[in-house]
Design a protein around this ligand. Sequence first.
Ligand code: NAG
Ligand code: NAG
Ligand code: NAG
Ligand code: NAG
Ligand code: NAG
Length: 470
Amino acid sequence: MKLCVIIPLCALFSVSQQAALVEKCVCQLSSLEKTFPYDKLKTAENNASHCNNKITSQKAVELESLLLGLDRRLPQLEEDVRILEREDDGDLYGVLSLYVIENEIAAINQLINNLNTTTLRHQSLTVNTTQQLQYVRNEMQELENFDTMQVVKRQQANQRLKKDLDKCINGRHPTPPPTQPPHGICPHGAFMNITGPRVYTGGEYPGSYKYGAWGRDPKPEKGKESWYWLVMLTSSNIYAHYVRLYSTLSSLIVGVSVPGNFQIHPSNPTTNTIQGPNVVLYGGALYYNCYNRDAVCRFNLTTKSVTDVQLPKGTRYNSKGNFCNLDACYPYTDLDLATDESGVWLIYTTSQDFGNLVLTKVEEGEQPSLGQTWHTSMYKQAVTNTFMACGKLYATRYVNTDVEEIFYSFDTATGKERFDVGIFMNKMHANIQALNYSPVDHMLHAYSDSFLVSYKVQFESDDSLYRYIF
Ligand SMILES: *[C@@H]1O[C@H](CO)[C@@H](O)[C@H](O)[C@H]1NC(C)=O
Ligand SMILES: *[C@@H]1O[C@H](CO)[C@@H](O)[C@H](O)[C@H]1NC(C)=O
Ligand SMILES: *[C@@H]1O[C@H](CO)[C@@H](O)[C@H](O)[C@H]1NC(C)=O
Ligand SMILES: *[C@@H]1O[C@H](CO)[C@@H](O)[C@H](O)[C@H]1NC(C)=O
Ligand SMILES: *[C@@H]1O[C@H](CO)[C@@H](O)[C@H](O)[C@H]1NC(C)=O
């Protein structure tokens, strides 16, 4: 076909050249294809880069710094209230203090308003940019029709092939298909990062007890949903004989304990005394290492009765299987009780596991019992603490006085271990004596050198712009 066209054209050309050199020859090329709409591509490009410019990391920092401001102001307010309570002479001093507190509250209100407007602005920005990006996407899909040479399609196919190739090359460590964790429901996806501290307080007894634990009951009884619990090792940094409860987070922060103590025994240490800091409250009962025994005790706060479950032979206890940092071990941290979406867990070690972490599900019931057990290859003394989230065990290690790293994970759904989790926590004090995850609000509660600190856990499905909102 082409040939037929070209030959007569050439013939014509040569003929006309011979006939008269002055005459011009014009070739007209008509294409059946539509012209490519460069202007549309240009607009789409502009719109996309406009979106990029609008969403900056600055926006996220804005919220974080406002929250941090709030975090700093609240302790100040608590301090002022505390001073007022202590030193109120019912006279001029009280009036002055109230004045200071009023100002403080006004400043906090201002911060909250800023936070509200910033949040609203970000929401509207997200809606706008999402819409814009949808436009651009549709536009680009239309433009793809002009890709008659299939360049883009082939590039995409190449990318897919390259990904497959990479997977083949890394075949020795295939990424397991996403599986539903057998324990609990994890609609929020994988554990991604940690932000904070959000709460940092000395609580009711600032600086008094170096070892302890605190948190929130993930399965609270009715009417106790906002309660917080605190256990301090009040005797020799080893033993405790009561749980202290607070009706809200703010009463915990300002140190007003209502309804107060739930006592296991009036003295200490004795049968059923709490031994070691890594305890948890779940379903209205405290789970802990029973005094001088390789057993888990459960103290029912309602009935004030204790039931227990014996651990397997070879379980290390009485400070023989502790968590450690580089220089020293944390005494009596043999048994670490933990909670997540699915209930209570026990992290410990045994002689037959050569000191490696062992994980056992603790089942509720008339009396607590031991469920499934997993054996890991992580040496317990290389770990400073552990916690559970969504059926995964996480272990931390001491990096320096300011930083702790969540470096290890064990997935009970797949049995897969990771030694390169690489999530860093900002510490307020060098040591972490207890660490526990609260599935209710996705907070990680740490007891750190007598201070109560909490962090926000960020999961895969948390929207990056909204994750800073309460
Ligand atoms: C670019 O944005 C403008 C204004 O929002 C919109 O009218 C236009 O349709 C967008 N164009 C593309 C290609 O997305
Ligand atoms: C946030 O701002 C909106 C609109 O201005 C208002 O309706 C809402 O009550 C504010 N919320 C708070 C907690 O101040
Ligand atoms: C979002 O779009 C609306 C309407 O176009 C506009 O009034 C508003 O200022 C936009 N918001 C942001 C944060 O760009
Ligand atoms: C985790 O969050 C911190 C800020 O809190 C950030 O600096 C860091 O890059 C984040 N890490 C990952 C893996 O997202
Ligand atoms: C505590 O005791 C009460 C009353 O017998 C019972 O209803 C509740 O289930 C017990 N809690 C636990 C965690 O065993």
